[in-house]
Ligand binder design. Structure first.
Ligand code: FES
Length: 577
């Protein structure tokens, strides 16, 4: 291997006439590629997360073939390679724990491989954020292909059963109100095909972010996983990455405050997941930007909710697709959208909108409303702060939730404590009590699992209570709803105020004012012994994460992965161990 090999990298290594070029071509010939194949250009990496341990992404195996066909049709050489694949239900202790590790895998594999550009095949919640973060740091032209939503199923009398319908049934089972037959039917009926969750959960929200940021083709978010449209998107993505390489588009040029604003406004209008707040901040950080709580809150409060889709709304993703999908959402947001921001096909969003016939709003397309007749005049996401969350927290306003709530809290220290006591008939809890779950942030859990949506105590559930105000430093599934304050920052495990809260304290949550405060005298509160932090893991990635994970308001990235301004890099001798 020559120094040129080490310094130069990229697909050009296949095109040289010296030793490196010969060996690169020779190794591919050994795989069965023809003499003509190995001289095709550009060379496009197809980073796949297809995995049997990630059922949401399993369909990517066949979609990769369509992407390759697109690359070949445009003259390029596609080379598929695997990366870490994170399944939301299968990853322990949580998929978020491994998001940053996956981003490092993507970054290093893209940088190390002899490729000119990359198509990132993702889907399940953390995969697309990790891929975007890694690709931004790697700096090669990159595009995203999302797996697409899985089919809607049928369970019992529910002919349009979506993933969010599972949670109430699980609650019923927990309190003994769902029999064995119905429980068994649920197992076979929840997922009737591959693909990502079939509502506006985190996966679809992040696919929309990729589309609006200009990494995924316009119109690519909503076609179903196994549909002809999804296959066409895959092929188009293969063709488009070759064009993007031809234009020499570094991914960082697409992530600006304007494109981030477009993305956040779009997901606000779509009623997207709270998790997107963290991922967007992490993506911004890889581009050397910081969005900040105030900006996000202002964007949310000045953007109407237009999509009436599950889990918060009434209609299915396929209805939203028929109503024009993400492209039509951007059109209906009008001047709020920066028209000069790039789309993934080389055009600006202004050019895309001008060339796309509008879909008429009205009774034929009830899943997407207009600014004059919105689902809600302002976004449901509130970026809040206060004495319990000095660096912020987020709440997705639920229908019927009180705008201001002052009440006594019951505090749970971690999941073991929660499960040991939540259904205790003697637990002093009423419908207006605030349930607090702490010790489950990025460092505490570790990895901020999606458990902030605490179960309703069984006694209250049997009385008909279906929502309570809850507070946590954890996250919540994008497919859940309820009056839940999440991502409390700093988290309890690093000494955030939540660590000093005690059962019986009063707290006040004012969603309109955007505040979360305890009502304990400041001196008394400060003098309290905090809940103890977890021990520092002895080794491995757990230790790295515990030492370097940023808090939610900074995107929960590892501090050394955030982009540093040019000229401020340290030498190896100066850096920490
Ligand atoms: Fe994978 Fe929802 S569990 S997308």
């Amino acid at each position: 291997m020559s120094q040129e090999h080490i310094d130069r990298g990229g697909g050009a290594l296949f095109r040289g006439e010296g030793q490196d070029g010969l060996l690169h071509r020779a190794f591919l010939r050994g795989e069965g590629f023809s003499a003509e194949d190995v001289r095709r250009s550009p060379v496009i990496g197809i980073a796949t997360t297809a995995s049997e341990l990630n059922p949401c992404n399993a369909g990517l195996a066949s979609l990769a073939q369509e992407v390759k066909a697109g690359v070949r049709a445009a003259g390029g050489l596609p080379l598929e390679f695997p990366t870490i694949s994170l399944s939301e239900p299968f990853s322990r202790p949580s998929s978020m724990y491994l998001r940053n590790l996956m981003s490092m895998d993507v970054e290093e594999m893209v940088r190390a491989s002899p490729i000119d550009g990359v198509v990132l095949l993702g889907g399940c919640d953390k995969t697309i954020p990790a891929q975007l973060m890694g690709a931004l740091s790697a700096g090669l032209p990159a595009m995203v292909l999302a797996a697409g939503p899985r089919p809607v199923s049928c369970v019992g009398d529910n002919r349009e059963f979506t993933v969010d319908d599972v949670w109430p049934l699980c609650e019923q089972r927990r309190v003994g109100a769902l029999d064995d037959g119905a429980w068994a039917e649920l197992e076979g009926g929840v997922n009737v095909g591959v693909g990502t969750c079939n509502v506006m959960g985190t996966a679809t929200t992040m696919a929309a972010v990729a589309e609006v940021l200009g990494f995924a083709l316009p119109g690519s978010t909503l076609p179903a996983a196994a549909s002809r449209s999804r296959r066409a998107v895959a092929r188009g993505t293969g063709e488009a990455i070759v064009a993007a390489v031809g234009r020499g588009e570094a991914p960082g040029t697409r992530v600006t405050l304007e494109s981030l604003e477009n993305a956040f406004r779009a997901i606000t209008a779509l009623g997207g997941s709270t998790n997107a707040v963290i991922h967007l901040e992490a993506i911004a950080g890889r581009a050397g930007l910081r969005i900040g709580r105030d900006r996000l809150d202002e964007w949310s409060r000045t953007t109407p909710v237009l999509a009436d889709v599950r889990p918060g709304g009434r209609y299915l993703l396929e209805h939203l697709e028929a109503a024009g999908g993400v492209v039509e959402v951007l059109r209906r947001l009008g001047d709020r959208i920066h028209a000069g921001a790039p789309a993934a096909d080389g055009r600006t969003w202004g050019e895309v909108l001008a060339a796309t016939p509008p879909v008429l709003a009205g009774p034929d397309h009830p899943a997407l409303r207009t600014e004059q007749d919105p689902v809600a005049p302002r976004g449901a996401l509130r970026l809040m702060s206060g004495t319990l969350a000095p660096d912020g927290c987020v709440m997705k306003l639920a229908a019927g939730a009180p705008a201001r709530h002052r009440a006594r809290v019951v505090v749970f220290d971690g999941l073991e404590d929660l499960h040991a006591r939540i259904d205790d008939p003697d637990l002093e809890v009423e419908a207006d009590t605030v349930l607090v779950l702490r010790g489950l942030g990025m460092v505490g859990a570790p990895g901020m699992p999606e458990v902030g949506h605490l179960p309703i105590p069984a006694r209250l559930h049997r009385q008909g209570v279906r929502d309570m105000v809850r507070i946590s430093d954890a996250r919540m599934s994008g497919t859940s709803t309820g009056s839940v304050v999440l991502h409390v920052s700093p988290e309890s495990a690093v000494g955030g105020p939540l660590a000093r809260l005690r059962t019986g304290d009063q707290v006040v949550i004012d969603a309109e004012a955007g505040t979360l405060d305890h009502c304990v005298p400041a001196a008394e509160f400060a003098a309290r012994e905090p809940a103890p932090p977890p021990p520092l893991p002895a080794r491995g990635f757990a230790r790295l994460q515990a030492r370097h994970a940023l808090q939610p308001h900074e995107g929960c990235d590892l501090d050394f992965l955030v982009a540093v301004p040019e000229g401020t890099e340290q030498s190896a001798a100066e850096g920490d161990a």
